[in-house]
Design a protein around this ligand. Structure first.
Ligand SMILES: Cc1cc2nc3c(=O)[nH]c(=O)nc-3n(C[C@H](O)[C@H](O)[C@H](O)COP(=O)(O)OP(=O)(O)OC[C@H]3O[C@@H](n4cnc5c(N)ncnc54)[C@H](O)[C@@H]3O)c2cc1C
Length: 438
């Protein structure tokens, strides 16, 4: 295999260069807190910050250093859609439900940008627009139908880009045109997470890194829960599970409901600025229209291209992941066929059996998870909503909480069926492409 790596190659997220993980010891563990949060990603930290600012004593526990999860590993795309199509959701569950869900998605999207601005978090948050590249003429037709449906019911803007104009958006001939959503955004996930963490600490949240929660028990008196951690036991009135794709088997009810899957990403070496500009002249984020997406974006803070795809292929070796991703890069953007990669990394996302994110309370324990690749805005949104619920605020309601949280018989959190599911997605994409349209 030809050497794909730069001499300073790192098998770690590109984002950690600007926002390295830091230790967080949390101080002396108190015998009791008002609230305990498990998982120090966007969901957990946003919940903790909101609770602490409302005067509650809060401790956050993470099994690893805070930020080790997907929150400092993702692509930083900010969207307001689900894997589940709006048009299909409307057909299955009616317009009232579908619009309520998509209004919450929009609230999450607008909310994260407003929060970043109010807090002054310097994380390159921009409304750069997104290109959705159609992988076949049939996908183009489906995309147009979907976006027209969302515009009619929700007023969301879009512009179709036919095949012969695609090069105005991306230096490729791979796709059958696409669509631009002009107001979608992006950010630097590491800097956003660091900003959240700094604010949580400043608000008085105790963050215990390298300290797994191993069990949650009902307390016999006073506080409702006894929480067993790697560093000892404590108690709390409220507990929030915010572990998404890293949900441990020791939380069996939650682990049975999320499907952890691995996403892969890479960064190119620094590119000549004019070469990068030619690839994505408007500096938009790009995803393709497949169920198993490929995605591309310019780095916000250096002249590199960041990209990913081939999700859940069961790979672990960085060289194999690099070869797979590099092949996809060269296929989509042939000008970059000879560039080297400076970073390759993986991260765990969480799917769900109904492809919907879930927020709620089970046995008195709050949870927000199952973001299906939309967790940057949705994790922050669910964290806020969970805190508002705990505080008894009416603003805490969400269209997502009404749904049941399905699992499958005998499923215990070990997704043996994922390779089959990905093959099924690929087959579905190919079948649609062959069919010529919806
Ligand atoms: C490669 C990749 C690309 C992605 N791209 C995007 C994107 O562009 N846009 C988007 O919206 N979403 C994207 N996502 C999804 C998004 O990153 C996640 O949905 C989001 O970060 C989830 O945040 P979270 O706080 O819920 O969980 P995480 O940030 O994953 O945090 C969960 C934490 O729980 C901790 N934990 C687990 N078990 C325990 C325990 N027993 N005790 C204590 N702590 C524990 C883990 O150590 C981890 O730190 C992507 C994900 C990946 C992996």
């Amino acid at each position: 295999m030809k050497d794909l790596f730069t001499t300073d190659f790192k098998n770690a997220p590109y984002w950690w260069d600007a926002a390295p993980l830091t230790e967080s010891a949390g101080g002396v563990m108190a015998p009791s807190y008002d609230a305990i949060v498990i998982g120090a990603g966007y969901t957990g930290l946003r919940a903790a910050l909101t609770l602490a600012r409302a005067g509650r004593s809060v401790a956050v526990f993470d099994k690893e250093r805070p930020g080790y999860g997907a929150s400092r590993r993702n692509a930083g795309f900010l969207g307001r859609t689900l894997k589940k199509s709006y048009v299909d959701l409307k057909a299955a569950k009616g317009i009232a439900y579908a619009t309520a869900i998509y209004r919450d998605l929009s609230a999450a999207y607008d909310g994260i940008l407003a929060f970043i601005e109010e807090e002054g978090i310097d994380c390159h948050a921009v409304r750069c627009g997104r290109l959705i590249a159609a992988t076949s003429a049939a996908h183009y037709a489906v995309l147009e139908r979907e976006l027209a449906g969302m515009k009619a019911d929700l007023g969301l803007p879009y512009a179709m880009v036919p095949r012969d104009r695609l090069r105005e958006e991306m230096a490729t001939d791979l796709y059958d045109g696409g669509a631009v959503i002009p107001d979608l955004g992006s950010l630097h996930p590491g800097l956003y997470h660091r900003g959240l963490m700094t604010r949580a600490l400043a608000a008085g949240v105790a963050i215990f890194g390298n300290c797994a929660v191993t069990a949650i028990e009902q307390a016999s008196q006073g506080d409702r829960f006894r929480i067993i951690t790697a560093a000892g036991a404590t108690r709390a009135r409220d507990v929030v599970v915010a572990t998404n794709g890293y949900t441990p088997k020791s939380l069996p009810w939650h682990a049975r409901r999320v499907i952890p899957f691995v996403g892969y990403m890479a960064a190119t070496e620094p590119l000549p600025p004019e070469l990068l500009e030619k690839q994505l002249p408007h500096r938009r984020t790009v995803i393709d229209s497949n169920l198993d997406i490929d995605f591309f974006r310019p780095a916000p803070d250096s002249p590199r291209l960041l990209f990913g795809g081939a999700t859940a292929n069961g790979l672990e070796d960085p060289a194999t992941i690099a070869a797979l991703l590099h092949g996809r890069l060269a296929r989509a953007l042939p000008d970059l066929a000879d560039v080297k990669l400076s970073h390759v990394w993986t991260g765990q996302c969480a799917g769900t059996f109904d492809m919907m994110p879930h927020i709620g309370c089970h046995d008195g324990i709050w949870y927000g998870m199952g973001y299906n690749f939309a967790g940057v805005p949705m994790g922050s949104f669910f964290g806020l909503k969970i805190a508002q619920k705990i505080l008894g605020l009416p603003a805490g309601t969400s269209a997502f909480e009404a749904a049941t949280f399905p699992t499958l018989p005998l499923y215990r959190g070990n997704p043996w069926f994922l390779p089959l599911a990905m093959r099924y997605f690929a087959w579905k994409d190919a079948k649609l492409a062959r069919s010529g349209g919806p």
